[in-house]
Design a protein around this ligand. Structure first.
Ligand SMILES: [Zn+2]
Length: 209
């Protein structure tokens, strides 16, 4: 006797967010890791690792854009939280546009230049010279926007330094799109990471025979 086939009750599928500790930092620099906080940038289904202020600040601590003893907290007001996330997305888009243009040997997009320039000015205004002869972040600059200023300064350092010529895009250009610094001796690194995109490529070749 053929058992009656009944429709299984539909259950909602909850996908737990990836723990911040599991987010890969393969870029080789803070500003590149920040741009790489979008998983599979060129895929239809992307994943934003820093999609809320808590995750953003946790990622910043992990990536070194914030120090644990700086006491930076997530803003309480909803409006401020939303504004912060808009700024995170904007700076990330501008940096990606600038870095991708550099990789592809194209002129820098004006809007992205203006966007980074604005953050650099905020960063410079947020620091003052201390009695020790060093620049320190002012007390009023130690808020949730501080990591964005550090990221902007890191991007400037990359653009104007010798390592800019080692900037690469992961060879998995159909989905990944991550950027990284190729610090390998022969400068022939192809993948953001061998364990992820490199292995996926190997598997595809294997299946194709
Ligand atoms: Zn990749």
């Amino acid at each position: 006797m053929i058992p009656e086939i009944r429709a299984l009750p539909m259950r909602p599928v909850f996908v737990l967010p990836r723990p911040i500790e599991a987010v890969r930092l393969d870029g080789g620099r803070l500003c590149l890791d920040f741009v790489n906080t979008i998983h599979d940038r060129y895929a239809a289904d992307t994943e934003d690792y820093v999609r809320d202020p808590q995750r953003f600040l946790a990622w910043c601590e992990r990536a070194g854009a914030l120090l644990p003893d700086e006491g930076v907290r997530v803003p309480r007001a909803l409006q401020k939280r939303a504004a912060l996330m808009r700024e995170v997305a904007n700076l990330r888009d501008h940096l990606h546009a600038l870095l991708a243009a550099r990789v592809d040997d194209l002129p820098s997009p004006h809007e992205a230049v203006r966007g980074l320039d604005g953050w650099l000015h905020l960063a410079w205004a947020g620091r003052s010279l201390g009695a020790d002869g060093r620049l320190h972040w002012r007390a009023d600059a130690r808020d949730a926007r501080l990591p964005l200023k550090r990221i902007a300064l890191d991007a400037l350092d990359l653009f104007s330094g010798p390592s800019a010529s080692r900037l690469r895009r992961c060879a998995n250009a159909t989905s990944c799109g991550w950027l990284f610094l190729d610090t390998s001796k022969n400068q022939r690194r192809r993948w953001c990471a061998m364990e992820t995109c490199g292995t996926a490529d190997k598997m595809q070749r294997y299946r194709r025979g």
